[in-house]
Design a protein around this ligand. Structure first.
Ligand code: 5GP
Length: 203
């Protein structure tokens, strides 16, 4: 039974471990397609262009906006990030479920344009965990750490706009929970499923 895939949006404050959870989820669920974002942020030493992000200059990023090539975009912690539209639409059209790991501003744009999305917010077990994790990562300078902690409060205040909240107390448990949410979404009764079943039964 062919259906449109689900768009799964995962947000959460910097340091909550979104990247690690998404990595675990990818291993657990190779069926999921993960969108690779475009960004103007500097590449971190361990990152690869085209794997973690597509790294662009500000001019190149602006050109993507002008071409309408981004599903959403936002300025986050002083850099621009956006979701390339073509890949997402293509995968959804083929019935694949697609994961976007994006900030709350971007998520709200997606919510307006694609209301069928599944919006999941990852929370830290404790507020102090965020700072410890950002520092441990060692990739941010002091200004960036403060900006990310300041933004964390604003992001958590948007929780009510999401469908599900999952506490990342343990990566594998958190990834499993997200996987269960996706499974549940795939069992949802919608007009398309009823129509398909009806047709099959009357063949
Ligand atoms: P980082 O610089 O730590 O990789 O990511 C910083 C923030 O940007 C995170 O909150 C991440 O979810 C968000 N982000 C990553 N890609 C996108 C994107 O395509 N769109 C938006 N709006 N935010 C993104």
């Amino acid at each position: 039974m062919r259906r449109q895939g689900h768009l799964i949006i995962i947000s959460g404050p910097s340091g909550v471990g979104k990247g690690t959870v998404c990595e675990a989820l990818k291993k657990m669920r190779p069926d999921l397609k993960v969108s690779i974002s475009a960004t103007t942020r500097k590449k971190r030493p361990m990152e690869k262009d085209g794997e973690n992000y597509f790294f662009y200059t500000k001019e190149e990023f602006n050109a993507l906006i002008d071409e309408g090539a981004l599903l959403e975009f936002a300025q986050v912690h002083g850099n621009y990030y956006g979701t390339p539209k073509a890949y997402v639409m293509e995968q959804l059209g083929q019935g694949e479920d697609v994961i976007l790991e994006i900030d709350v501003q971007g998520a709200m744009q997606v919510k307006q344009n694609m209301p069928g999305g599944v919006f999941i917010f990852l929370l830290p077990p404790h507020r102090d965990d965020l700072e410890a994790r950002i520092r441990k990562r060692g990739s941010e300078d002091e200004d960036s750490i403060h900006l990310r902690l300041f933004n964390a409060k604003k992001e958590i205040s948007m929780l009510h706009d999401y469908d599900f909240a999952v506490v990342n107390d343990e990566v594998s448990r958190c990834a499993e929970m997200v996987s269960h949410i996706i499974d549940a979404e795939n069992q949802r009764i919608d007009a398309k499923l009823i129509e398909n079943y009806w047709e099959e039964f009357h063949d």
